[in-house]
Design a protein around this ligand. Sequence first.
Ligand code: C2E
Ligand code: MG
Ligand code: MG
Length: 743
Amino acid sequence: MNLNSLLSVVAIIAVATGLVLVYTRFFPDMAFTVIIIYISTIICLSLILAITAWLYRKHKSSVDAGDIAGISENLNTEMIMWTDDLSAVYMNKHMRDLLGIEGFNFDHKAEIMRAFGIENFNHSTIQEIVKSSSHEARFTSADDTPITIAWSTSLVKQKKKTALYLSTGLNLTEIKKMRLDLASTNDLFNYSMSLAEIGIIMSNDMSNFIASPETVRMLGLKSNNISLKNLRAIVHPNDRLMFDSAIKLAGTDNGNEVHNIELRMSSADGFYHWYSYRYKGMNHSDSLPMFGGALMDNTQEHEKDLIIERLAYIDDVTEIANRNKLMDVGQETFEQCRMLDCSYWIIVLDIDRFHIINDSSGYQNGNYILRNFANIMCKFVTPGGLASRISGDNFALIMRDYGDDDLPVRTAKAIQEEFSKSAVGDFASVNLSCSAGYAKMPKDGENFLEAFEHAEFALKSGGNENSTIHGYEARMHDSIIGRTELEKELAVAIDNNELQLFYQPKIELSTGKIMGVEALIRWIKPDGTIVRPDAFVPVAESSHLIGKISEFVLNEGCRQNKLWQKMGYPEIVMSINFTSTDFYQKDLKDKVFEALAKTGLDPKWLEVELTETLALSDIDYAVSQMNKLRELGVKLAMDDFGTGYSSLSYLQILPITLLKLDRSFIIDIEHDNIAYEIVSSVIRIAKSKKIETIAEGIENPNQEDILRKAGCDFGQGYLYGKPMPAEKIEEFFEENMKKTKEK
Ligand code: C2E
Ligand code: MG
Ligand code: MG
């Protein structure tokens, strides 16, 4: 009871006494009764007050918290009121239940130490509890449960030397348990991921990535945060483009589809491992990452796949990618070009006259050349590119385009150069060269196959004989289609005997006598149009048709010459032209022998004309083929001398009997001293080697005069006669016989 209550009681008693006194004054006869009642009432009240005070005091001995006790007693939270000398300690029911205390009589010190989770109750521990905004205490409850309570303590009253504190607790037991559960779930999750060796990579902004502990372990990362730049840097250079597409795809994806890529990444052991990354872009929200996926090391599976892939995708001879692989990679690359707005080159390469090399040197050596070519090509493969052998002597190279339009030409030239230099040892005499055609992806096609075919078109448009490099242009299409059409037409023409030989006379300059004719093929169409060989021989040569044509020329030339002899014309040499395909055939000697035998022509009246380029493709083999013809007694002429890799030293090696000076020298000979000097010295040297000379394309008597004086043996050209059909040349024979007799 406080002072105010006492004063109120005293005031009530005073007022009541006053009222009794006033009453006894006005009603004196009732005074005794009123006073007796009044005194009895006062005594009763005093008794009630005394009992209340006694009760009050009794409670006060437990703690001075009488009012609070009622309220706090049943509060469903922990509460302790305590004095720092431990003279009074009150714990509410909730707290007492936790500690297993019954009633209010308990060991203050022991229980307060338990409640605050301290081992000593002294000044410093009290200060610690009081000063800490939340003193975390751990103890074991009456039912053996580990309890954690965060106590918040405040000073209630300071009585002389004793301070009264109120501590209220926040039971953290459940929260702790939840956190523990969460932590252990996370641990368990990570543990399972690490057991299964599955890493996770995700990102919120596609520029910074979060890696799971297993990813950090697998890739040997320094931290679980990695930037896009650093992540890209550990991807194998050849797989970076694929990585870029994946990132781009994931960044724009709304999460409808799961994607999978296989790529190599530098790993903890310092080597590149193959990883499969299964990922998905997501509808971006603050709570979800923008992109995420699982990473698995599948190097072992990849190695198994490699064995299978080897069988399906590797070329046996060269051990580089085959056509199947080229098609797969090409298609992928083409799609990437579209997606990433970049471009690539597809370069198709073809070894010139490979069939000749193969026939002449044998398959083993042919394979060696193919391997050698593949190795050279591989040196030019850049990241993301591919070198492959598509068939026979055809190769293809995929290269990334960095805006340098000269790259394919430069690369093809470099390959050509290295390839030609690689002709050493057994191949020293072989002229190794190649041709190339190229197209750009995705510009030059609707898909990879189309771009690839366009590169092949470009290659073919360069013809077979020259080592040239051609870029695809849309207009080439027409000429290629034209070629195919021409090829079909020519095949029909051969069957319909539309091919015919024209003959151009060759004259002995000293006498003016006809000494031979050159058989020159013509295609006479049914409408009478005459097609010259330049228009169809190259097409025939790039197909199987040349064989048929050459067989016709050889047999017809021999037959006609023998016929003229039989007709009584002077004996002359019949010259026929051979392409490399004809010349390098293994059964060349047999074919020529058969033609001679069949027609009965003496071999000395047959001459084969070969060009320099043809002879120099593979000198050793050329020499052996030439010797075979020489063995038969057939003459050999070197055609168009001076236009190719002219070297007089070849005159020493090649068993030729006649040198045909190219028309280009003859055109200039009248006015150009250098041309004259060259021609006359060639004639001189040829003579010293016992090789006869003939000048092609003599068109006027002045040229003839100069050449005769320079010691040239024979002449051929419009001055004497253009190529003409058999009946016309027979007239020429007649006239020539007459003219030369007159002389
Ligand atoms: P080639 O063997 O050098 O033949 C000489 C060419 O020069 C012929 O052209 C001939 O008509 C032309 N010619 C000759 N004299 C003159 C002249 O005074 N002035 C001019 N402007 N030209 C002259 P043609 O008949 O059109 O033959 C062209 C080429 O076609 C030949 O060059 C030869 O390489 C090839 N050829 C011709 N017939 C055959 C053949 O039956 N088989 C093969 N494989 N190739 C042939
Ligand atoms: Mg010729
Ligand atoms: Mg010629």
